[in-house]
Design a protein around this ligand. Structure first.
Ligand code: SF4
Ligand code: SF4
Length: 339
Protein backbone atom coordinates (compact mmCIF):
# COMPACT_ATOMS: atom_id res chain seq x y z
CA UNK A 1 0.00 0.00 0.00
CA UNK A 2 1.45 3.35 -1.02
CA UNK A 3 0.84 6.72 0.68
CA UNK A 4 1.94 10.32 0.13
CA UNK A 5 2.30 12.51 3.23
CA UNK A 6 3.40 16.04 4.03
CA UNK A 7 6.19 16.67 6.50
CA UNK A 8 3.75 17.53 9.29
CA UNK A 9 1.59 14.49 8.70
CA UNK A 10 4.71 12.28 8.69
CA UNK A 11 5.59 13.76 12.08
CA UNK A 12 2.11 12.87 13.36
CA UNK A 13 2.61 9.29 12.11
CA UNK A 14 5.96 9.13 13.93
CA UNK A 15 4.34 10.36 17.15
CA UNK A 16 1.64 7.67 16.91
CA UNK A 17 4.15 4.93 16.09
CA UNK A 18 6.45 6.22 18.82
CA UNK A 19 3.86 5.84 21.58
CA UNK A 20 4.91 2.23 22.01
CA UNK A 21 8.23 2.14 20.15
CA UNK A 22 11.57 3.91 19.93
CA UNK A 23 12.51 5.26 16.51
CA UNK A 24 16.19 5.35 15.54
CA UNK A 25 17.31 7.18 12.41
CA UNK A 26 20.24 9.01 10.78
CA UNK A 27 20.44 12.60 12.07
CA UNK A 28 22.60 15.42 10.70
CA UNK A 29 24.61 16.65 13.70
CA UNK A 30 25.55 20.22 12.81
CA UNK A 31 29.16 21.10 13.68
CA UNK A 32 29.80 17.78 15.44
CA UNK A 33 32.11 16.33 12.79
CA UNK A 34 35.82 15.65 13.11
CA UNK A 35 36.89 19.18 12.20
CA UNK A 36 35.63 22.66 13.08
CA UNK A 37 32.32 23.53 11.40
CA UNK A 38 32.00 20.07 9.87
CA UNK A 39 28.71 18.17 10.23
CA UNK A 40 28.39 14.44 10.79
CA UNK A 41 25.44 12.15 10.11
CA UNK A 42 25.06 9.59 12.86
CA UNK A 43 22.20 7.66 14.39
CA UNK A 44 19.99 8.93 17.18
CA UNK A 45 16.45 8.60 18.50
CA UNK A 46 13.92 10.83 16.71
CA UNK A 47 10.34 11.97 17.20
CA UNK A 48 9.76 14.31 14.24
CA UNK A 49 10.13 14.02 10.47
CA UNK A 50 12.61 16.91 9.95
CA UNK A 51 15.07 15.25 12.33
CA UNK A 52 15.55 12.31 9.96
CA UNK A 53 18.34 12.86 7.44
CA UNK A 54 17.05 11.33 4.21
CA UNK A 55 19.27 13.12 1.72
CA UNK A 56 22.83 12.47 2.94
CA UNK A 57 24.48 9.11 3.53
CA UNK A 58 25.16 8.46 7.21
CA UNK A 59 28.83 8.55 8.24
CA UNK A 60 28.21 5.95 10.94
CA UNK A 61 26.09 2.83 10.67
CA UNK A 62 22.96 1.89 12.59
CA UNK A 63 24.62 -1.04 14.35
CA UNK A 64 25.05 0.50 17.81
CA UNK A 65 21.46 -0.47 18.64
CA UNK A 66 22.10 -4.14 17.87
CA UNK A 67 25.72 -4.25 19.02
CA UNK A 68 26.25 -1.39 21.50
CA UNK A 69 29.80 -0.05 21.79
CA UNK A 70 29.62 -0.83 25.51
CA UNK A 71 27.00 -3.29 26.73
CA UNK A 72 26.67 -4.50 30.30
CA UNK A 73 25.80 -8.18 30.00
CA UNK A 74 25.39 -9.14 33.64
CA UNK A 75 26.17 -8.21 37.23
CA UNK A 76 27.86 -10.61 39.63
CA UNK A 77 28.29 -10.92 43.36
CA UNK A 78 30.08 -13.63 45.29
CA UNK A 79 27.34 -16.19 44.79
CA UNK A 80 24.89 -14.94 42.16
CA UNK A 81 24.68 -13.51 38.65
CA UNK A 82 21.94 -11.19 37.37
CA UNK A 83 21.46 -10.43 33.68
CA UNK A 84 21.32 -6.69 32.93
CA UNK A 85 17.86 -5.18 32.35
CA UNK A 86 17.03 -3.73 28.95
CA UNK A 87 14.42 -1.42 27.44
CA UNK A 88 11.69 -3.82 26.31
CA UNK A 89 10.10 -1.46 23.79
CA UNK A 90 10.28 -2.28 20.08
CA UNK A 91 12.75 -0.23 18.02
CA UNK A 92 12.25 0.83 14.41
CA UNK A 93 15.52 1.62 12.63
CA UNK A 94 15.53 3.73 9.45
CA UNK A 95 18.28 2.47 7.15
CA UNK A 96 19.25 2.13 3.50
CA UNK A 97 19.29 -1.05 1.45
CA UNK A 98 23.02 -1.78 1.99
CA UNK A 99 22.53 -1.56 5.75
CA UNK A 100 19.48 -3.81 5.67
CA UNK A 101 21.71 -6.36 3.93
CA UNK A 102 24.27 -5.75 6.70
CA UNK A 103 21.69 -6.95 9.25
CA UNK A 104 21.76 -10.32 7.49
CA UNK A 105 25.53 -10.40 8.15
CA UNK A 106 25.11 -9.50 11.83
CA UNK A 107 22.43 -12.18 12.20
CA UNK A 108 24.72 -14.75 10.58
CA UNK A 109 27.54 -13.95 13.00
CA UNK A 110 25.48 -13.75 16.18
CA UNK A 111 22.64 -16.20 15.52
CA UNK A 112 23.94 -18.77 13.02
CA UNK A 113 27.63 -19.16 13.88
CA UNK A 114 27.31 -22.50 15.71
CA UNK A 115 25.73 -20.80 18.75
CA UNK A 116 22.95 -18.30 19.31
CA UNK A 117 24.27 -15.28 21.20
CA UNK A 118 21.49 -14.58 23.76
CA UNK A 119 22.61 -11.01 24.44
CA UNK A 120 22.32 -10.17 20.74
CA UNK A 121 19.10 -12.13 20.24
CA UNK A 122 17.19 -10.43 23.02
CA UNK A 123 17.88 -7.04 21.38
CA UNK A 124 17.40 -8.32 17.82
CA UNK A 125 13.96 -9.69 18.69
CA UNK A 126 12.82 -6.12 19.46
CA UNK A 127 14.12 -4.49 16.26
CA UNK A 128 12.21 -3.79 13.03
CA UNK A 129 13.27 -1.74 10.04
CA UNK A 130 12.11 1.12 7.80
CA UNK A 131 13.86 1.31 4.43
CA UNK A 132 15.23 4.64 3.19
CA UNK A 133 15.08 4.66 -0.61
CA UNK A 134 18.19 5.74 -2.53
CA UNK A 135 17.38 8.33 -5.20
CA UNK A 136 21.06 8.54 -6.16
CA UNK A 137 24.35 6.83 -5.55
CA UNK A 138 26.63 8.50 -2.99
CA UNK A 139 30.39 9.03 -2.96
CA UNK A 140 32.33 5.79 -2.35
CA UNK A 141 29.25 3.50 -2.58
CA UNK A 142 29.74 0.20 -4.42
CA UNK A 143 26.52 -1.53 -3.41
CA UNK A 144 25.73 -2.58 -6.99
CA UNK A 145 28.97 -4.59 -7.20
CA UNK A 146 28.08 -6.25 -3.88
CA UNK A 147 24.45 -6.95 -4.87
CA UNK A 148 23.08 -4.96 -1.92
CA UNK A 149 21.58 -2.01 -3.83
CA UNK A 150 18.04 -3.32 -3.54
CA UNK A 151 16.03 -4.71 -0.62
CA UNK A 152 13.20 -7.02 -1.56
CA UNK A 153 11.71 -7.36 1.92
CA UNK A 154 12.48 -7.39 5.61
CA UNK A 155 11.11 -3.91 6.36
CA UNK A 156 7.85 -2.48 7.70
CA UNK A 157 7.71 0.44 5.28
CA UNK A 158 9.93 2.40 2.93
CA UNK A 159 10.30 6.17 2.72
CA UNK A 160 11.45 8.44 -0.10
CA UNK A 161 11.38 12.23 0.02
CA UNK A 162 10.75 13.77 -3.39
CA UNK A 163 9.95 17.46 -3.91
CA UNK A 164 9.19 18.03 -0.21
CA UNK A 165 6.66 15.17 -0.05
CA UNK A 166 7.21 11.81 1.62
CA UNK A 167 6.36 8.63 -0.30
CA UNK A 168 5.77 5.40 1.64
CA UNK A 169 5.37 1.79 0.60
CA UNK A 170 3.85 0.25 3.73
CA UNK A 171 4.11 -3.52 4.14
CA UNK A 172 2.69 -3.79 7.67
CA UNK A 173 -1.11 -3.80 8.08
CA UNK A 174 -1.16 -2.20 11.54
CA UNK A 175 1.08 0.66 10.40
CA UNK A 176 -0.83 1.00 7.11
CA UNK A 177 -3.91 2.11 9.07
CA UNK A 178 -1.84 4.84 10.78
CA UNK A 179 -0.37 6.05 7.48
CA UNK A 180 -3.82 5.97 5.82
CA UNK A 181 -5.25 8.19 8.56
CA UNK A 182 -2.72 10.93 7.75
CA UNK A 183 -2.20 10.46 3.99
CA UNK A 184 -2.82 13.19 1.42
CA UNK A 185 -3.28 10.49 -1.19
CA UNK A 186 -2.90 6.78 -1.82
CA UNK A 187 -1.00 5.53 -4.85
CA UNK A 188 1.41 2.80 -5.89
CA UNK A 189 4.85 3.53 -4.39
CA UNK A 190 8.09 1.63 -4.85
CA UNK A 191 11.24 2.39 -2.85
CA UNK A 192 13.89 3.93 -5.08
CA UNK A 193 17.21 2.13 -5.55
CA UNK A 194 20.34 2.74 -7.59
CA UNK A 195 21.43 0.56 -10.47
CA UNK A 196 24.91 1.99 -10.97
CA UNK A 197 27.73 3.38 -8.78
CA UNK A 198 30.77 5.33 -9.87
CA UNK A 199 32.93 2.95 -7.80
CA UNK A 200 32.98 -0.62 -9.04
CA UNK A 201 34.75 -3.62 -7.57
CA UNK A 202 35.32 -7.14 -8.78
CA UNK A 203 35.15 -9.70 -6.03
CA UNK A 204 37.72 -12.46 -6.54
CA UNK A 205 36.62 -16.08 -6.46
CA UNK A 206 38.83 -18.43 -4.53
CA UNK A 207 41.88 -16.60 -3.13
CA UNK A 208 45.03 -18.78 -3.25
CA UNK A 209 47.58 -18.77 -0.42
CA UNK A 210 50.04 -16.94 -2.69
CA UNK A 211 47.83 -13.83 -2.44
CA UNK A 212 47.98 -13.97 1.36
CA UNK A 213 51.78 -13.67 0.93
CA UNK A 214 51.67 -11.14 -1.92
CA UNK A 215 53.74 -7.93 -1.41
CA UNK A 216 50.60 -5.85 -2.11
CA UNK A 217 49.84 -5.82 1.63
CA UNK A 218 53.18 -4.14 2.52
CA UNK A 219 51.93 -0.77 1.24
CA UNK A 220 49.45 -0.67 4.12
CA UNK A 221 52.12 -1.34 6.74
CA UNK A 222 53.43 2.09 5.71
CA UNK A 223 50.19 3.98 4.98
CA UNK A 224 47.74 2.68 7.61
CA UNK A 225 48.05 4.22 11.07
CA UNK A 226 45.90 1.48 12.69
CA UNK A 227 43.39 3.97 14.07
CA UNK A 228 40.50 1.50 13.66
CA UNK A 229 38.04 4.06 12.28
CA UNK A 230 37.24 1.81 9.33
CA UNK A 231 36.02 -0.86 11.73
CA UNK A 232 33.89 1.42 13.87
CA UNK A 233 31.91 2.88 10.96
CA UNK A 234 31.42 -0.48 9.25
CA UNK A 235 27.90 -1.95 9.55
CA UNK A 236 29.27 -5.50 9.45
CA UNK A 237 32.30 -5.35 11.77
CA UNK A 238 31.37 -7.23 14.94
CA UNK A 239 34.56 -7.77 16.92
CA UNK A 240 34.37 -7.17 20.63
CA UNK A 241 36.35 -7.67 23.80
CA UNK A 242 35.26 -8.28 27.39
CA UNK A 243 35.79 -6.05 30.40
CA UNK A 244 35.10 -6.97 34.01
CA UNK A 245 34.50 -3.92 36.16
CA UNK A 246 35.05 -4.70 39.86
CA UNK A 247 33.15 -2.76 42.50
CA UNK A 248 35.16 -4.22 45.39
CA UNK A 249 38.84 -4.74 46.11
CA UNK A 250 38.46 -8.50 46.31
CA UNK A 251 37.28 -8.66 42.66
CA UNK A 252 34.17 -10.68 43.47
CA UNK A 253 31.45 -8.07 42.91
CA UNK A 254 31.00 -6.16 39.68
CA UNK A 255 29.73 -6.31 36.11
CA UNK A 256 30.84 -7.78 32.81
CA UNK A 257 30.73 -5.59 29.72
CA UNK A 258 31.04 -6.40 26.04
CA UNK A 259 32.97 -3.59 24.39
CA UNK A 260 33.54 -2.92 20.68
CA UNK A 261 37.01 -3.77 19.36
CA UNK A 262 38.96 -3.29 16.13
CA UNK A 263 41.08 -5.83 14.25
CA UNK A 264 43.17 -2.95 12.85
CA UNK A 265 44.27 -1.66 16.25
CA UNK A 266 47.58 -2.62 17.83
CA UNK A 267 47.17 -5.28 20.51
CA UNK A 268 44.01 -6.87 19.11
CA UNK A 269 45.78 -10.19 18.48
CA UNK A 270 47.90 -10.23 21.64
CA UNK A 271 47.86 -13.56 23.40
CA UNK A 272 49.24 -14.89 26.66
CA UNK A 273 53.01 -15.18 26.75
CA UNK A 274 53.59 -12.05 24.69
CA UNK A 275 52.59 -13.52 21.31
CA UNK A 276 50.88 -11.44 18.62
CA UNK A 277 49.34 -13.05 15.55
CA UNK A 278 49.37 -9.98 13.28
CA UNK A 279 52.13 -7.47 14.02
CA UNK A 280 52.14 -5.17 10.98
CA UNK A 281 49.35 -2.99 9.66
CA UNK A 282 49.69 -4.77 6.30
CA UNK A 283 48.95 -8.11 7.99
CA UNK A 284 45.97 -6.55 9.75
CA UNK A 285 44.68 -5.12 6.48
CA UNK A 286 45.04 -8.51 4.81
CA UNK A 287 43.01 -10.14 7.55
CA UNK A 288 40.26 -7.50 7.42
CA UNK A 289 39.93 -7.42 3.65
CA UNK A 290 40.00 -11.17 3.08
CA UNK A 291 37.55 -11.73 5.93
CA UNK A 292 35.12 -9.31 4.26
CA UNK A 293 35.38 -10.64 0.70
CA UNK A 294 36.50 -14.24 1.02
CA UNK A 295 36.69 -16.01 4.39
CA UNK A 296 33.18 -15.05 5.56
CA UNK A 297 31.76 -16.31 2.26
CA UNK A 298 33.41 -19.70 2.78
CA UNK A 299 31.47 -20.07 6.03
CA UNK A 300 28.13 -18.42 5.24
CA UNK A 301 27.87 -18.42 1.42
CA UNK A 302 27.81 -14.64 0.87
CA UNK A 303 30.26 -11.79 1.31
CA UNK A 304 30.46 -9.84 4.54
CA UNK A 305 31.06 -6.43 2.96
CA UNK A 306 27.92 -4.70 1.67
CA UNK A 307 29.68 -1.92 -0.26
CA UNK A 308 28.47 1.02 1.82
CA UNK A 309 31.82 2.79 1.32
CA UNK A 310 31.91 4.26 4.84
CA UNK A 311 35.43 2.91 5.49
CA UNK A 312 36.70 4.85 2.47
CA UNK A 313 34.92 8.01 3.66
CA UNK A 314 36.40 7.90 7.15
CA UNK A 315 40.01 6.80 6.58
CA UNK A 316 42.40 9.64 7.55
CA UNK A 317 45.07 8.16 5.26
CA UNK A 318 42.78 8.07 2.19
CA UNK A 319 43.15 4.33 1.90
CA UNK A 320 40.52 3.02 -0.49
CA UNK A 321 39.17 -0.34 0.54
CA UNK A 322 37.43 -0.60 -2.85
CA UNK A 323 40.83 -0.23 -4.56
CA UNK A 324 42.25 -2.95 -2.36
CA UNK A 325 39.47 -5.35 -3.41
CA UNK A 326 40.34 -4.71 -7.05
CA UNK A 327 44.06 -5.17 -6.33
CA UNK A 328 43.33 -8.51 -4.69
CA UNK A 329 41.30 -9.53 -7.72
CA UNK A 330 44.18 -8.50 -10.01
CA UNK A 331 46.57 -10.53 -7.88
CA UNK A 332 44.27 -13.55 -8.02
CA UNK A 333 44.03 -13.22 -11.79
CA UNK A 334 47.81 -12.81 -12.00
CA UNK A 335 47.71 -9.21 -13.25
CA UNK A 336 49.36 -6.03 -12.02
CA UNK A 337 48.66 -5.02 -8.42
CA UNK A 338 49.69 -1.37 -8.55
CA UNK A 339 47.33 1.60 -9.01
S1 SF4 B 1 40.74 3.98 8.88
FE1 SF4 B 1 42.49 3.89 7.44
S2 SF4 B 1 44.31 4.36 8.70
FE2 SF4 B 1 42.63 3.87 10.14
S3 SF4 B 1 42.88 1.62 10.54
FE3 SF4 B 1 41.40 1.83 8.82
S4 SF4 B 1 42.68 1.68 6.95
FE4 SF4 B 1 44.09 2.12 8.68
S1 SF4 C 1 34.08 -2.98 4.68
FE1 SF4 C 1 33.73 -0.79 4.19
S2 SF4 C 1 32.37 -0.84 2.37
FE2 SF4 C 1 32.30 -2.91 3.29
S3 SF4 C 1 30.50 -2.88 4.66
FE3 SF4 C 1 32.32 -2.31 5.93
S4 SF4 C 1 32.41 -0.04 5.86
FE4 SF4 C 1 31.00 -0.71 4.22
Amino acid sequence: MGYVLSRDSFTRVLKKIGQSRRIYAPVNKVGEGRFTDVDVVRYDFVTEAPEIELDKKSDYAFKEILTPLSQTLFFFTEDEVKEADMDEREVIIFLRSCDLHAVKRLDAIYLENKFVDPFYKRIRDKVRFALIGCGRSYEDCFCVSMGTNRADGGYLFSVDMIGGKYYFDVKDDELAAIFASEAESEQAVEARYVTENEVKVTIPGNVPVSVYKDPLWEEYTVRCINCGRCNFVCPTCTCFTMQDIFYTDNGRVGERRRVGASCMVDGYTNVAGGGQYRRTNGERMRFKVLHKIHDFRKRFGFDMCVGCGRCDMVCPEYISYANIINKVNDAVEGGAVNG
